[in-house]
Design a protein around this ligand. Structure first.
Ligand code: UTP
Length: 296
């Protein structure tokens, strides 16, 4: 069995109801932070972690995501004609190589667990990564790269976590913290709880949308049991798997922006904009003026 993390799953079949009307005709995963869609950030993050094959779980109305990773012959020809070689190179840089990206369809959005299960044939019998495209990270060297480094030491299953406001644990999946694992900051996960009240939460470390999972997760997902909100939940299958296999938490070096929420998306645009040397000083000036006008 292959134990290296070669493949990653990107579930992009959700309805994005928190972001209506923007997501009525356009996939949430194509929302733009500065100048690139969310899905491009996560594919780049996976690539930086050494992932070789990208599996996208798509659904109705998500065709534009596949188009984003395809050649646009006319656009390229026009850019070349106009001498815009830098733009051509930029577009080429994020293109998958032929055969490196697969698509499968989740016919109805039955939940994240169901979306991941749809990848079982494409993943086969090897450990794999899952990246939620609406969660993007500012991190060095990258959240998934850190997780792969942890996994190479610990094996098992690895989940990235980040601190949240202890009063807001009821909005997240929260983990319990056990013994230190490996040589970095990773630890054994003693339990996972979906959206616990602050006084019942085992910690304030929330699961931020990056996972390395063993293929045995598919046996639990195959039961297709409905959980919170009537959806087939990935967390429920992970809780079941954690009775058979170890799970480790990776407190990665960076920050997550939940771009499925309006505030997370707005903040991400500012944070990633401030990180871009060509935009930073002008953006700061604009922000100062806006804050002054709004009494902040
Ligand atoms: P979310 O729960 O954040 O996405 O799932 P959602 O359901 O689209 O959004 P809201 O809550 O209605 O606003 C995280 C990721 O999992 C995918 C989504 O596309 C998103 O990228 N997902 C979710 C699926 O692929 N299938 C599903 O059935 C549910």
């Amino acid at each position: 069995m292959n134990s290296r993390i070669r493949k990653a799953v990107f579930p992009v079949a959700g309805l994005g109801t928190r972001f209506l009307p923007a997501t009525k005709a356009m996939p949430k995963e194509m929302l733009t932070v500065v100048d690139r869609p969310l899905i491009q950030y996560v594919i780049d993050e996976a690539r930086a972690a050494g992932i070789e094959h990208f599996v996208l779980i798509t659904g109705r109305g998500k065709g534009v995501i596949a188009d984003h990773f395809d050649f646009q012959i006319e656009l390229e020809a026009t850019l070349r004609e106009r001498g815009k070689t830098e733009a051509v190179e930029q577009l080429a840089a994020f293109m998958p190589t032929p055969g490196q990206m697969s698509f499968t369809r989740q016919q109805s959005p039955l939940g994240l667990g169901h979306a991941v299960w749809c990848a079982h044939d494409l993943i086969g019998d090897e450990p794999f990564a899952v990246l939620l495209p609406d969660m993007i990270m500012q991190a060095d060297p990258g959240c998934m790269a850190e997780m792969v480094a942890v996994y190479n030491e610990t094996g098992g299953n690895v989940i990235a976590v980040e601190e949240c406001d202890p009063a807001l644990t009821n909005q997240y999946g929260i983990v319990g913290v056990g013994k230190k694992a490996g040589t970095g900051g990773a630890f054994e996960i003693t339990g996972m709880v979906e959206k616990p009240a602050p006084d019942k939460a085992p910690s304030n470390l929330y699961i931020n949308g990056r996972y390395i999972l063993q293929p045995q997760i598919f046996a639990h997902l195959a039961k297709q049991q409905r959980g919170a909100g009537g959806e087939i939940q990935l967390t429920d299958a992970m809780i079941a798997l954690s009775k058979e296999q170890p799970f480790y938490g990776c407190r990665f070096n960076g920050r997550t922006y939940d771009c499925g929420s309006k505030i997370g998306f707005l903040t991400a645009n500012i944070a990633f904009g401030l990180d871009r040397p060509e935009l930073s000083s002008e953006l700061k000036q604009e922000l100062r003026e806006l804050l002054a006008k709004h009494g902040g």
